[in-house]
Design a protein around this ligand. Sequence first.
Ligand code: BV8
Ligand code: ZN
Length: 245
Amino acid sequence: MSNVEQIEEIREKLKKAKNVAILTGAGISQESGVPTFRGEEGLWKNYRAEELATPEAFETDPALVWQWYDWRRSLIKPLLPNPAHDALAELEKSLHKRGENFTLITQNIDGLHEKAGSKNIVELHGNIWKVRCTKCQQVTENSQVPIEILPKCTKCGALLRPHVVWFGEALETDILTKAFKASEECDLFFVIGTSSVVQPAASLAIRAKEANAFVVEINMEETPITEYTDYSLIGKAGEIMPKFL
Ligand code: BV8
Ligand code: ZN
């Protein structure tokens, strides 16, 4: 079946869907200018994300990790949602108008889904615009503070960290539960712009499939979960997603 026929069939399924769940990764923000993790642009001073997005790296050199997140924030700050983010916000509105459910689960920490107007967002890996106290766990919005000195908690004075999930760290239980529940209860699941390597996020599409959802993957290339999907549309999310509106 051609892409066009598959898109037409997905449009029909969207009209009848009662519960839609979406999982997005860095690929959905790529057309906004946010570097993905896999591409060469994902490098910073020749460090890879897996080396810096860890508790060990923060323990060893908190200033270096803070510099990396400040660099990413300064890069992301001027960027805008692209047609893929906008299409998801529109789809959520149209499902809600029909009284149906729509859950957007994202691995991204860039805040672009919220900027695009999406409401029911499950941020699996946190948010780069928030910081958390390493001691009292207080979470606050992070103004763009250049860090001569390492940022300290206003409440207890301890060191602040980015409010994101690093490799080797557990995801927040209630957030993970909500993501699995949405994946198991949906009748239509989209997995968009993710290399589906990082766990536990990468198992959500499988969980949806096991629960008899119709699973659609949108990516520039095949991934380890392509074989489990019903349709795999190869192309740019910013070009494909608006076709479902
Ligand atoms: C956990 C936030 C357990 C931070 C991120 C060995 C050692 C240590 C850990 C492990 C290990 N083996 C396995 C693990 C577990 C580990 C893991 O899965 N590692 C991988 C590397 C094998 N997972 C964890 O550590 C997780 N925690 O397991 O805890 C535990 C349990 C109980 C108690 C204690 C511990 C935590 C993982 C979360 C890590 N944090 N981000 C930050 O960003 O700074 S991960 C980060 O990378 C993203 O959030 C995302 O999840 C991942 C990157 O994936 P993608 O989003 O898919 O991006 P990527 O660049 O890879 O791919 C882009 C895709 O888009 C491509 O497919 C491309 O083709 C496509 N694309 C590009 N352009 C477009 C496009 N598609 C469409 N249109 C386009 N225009
Ligand atoms: Zn504190």
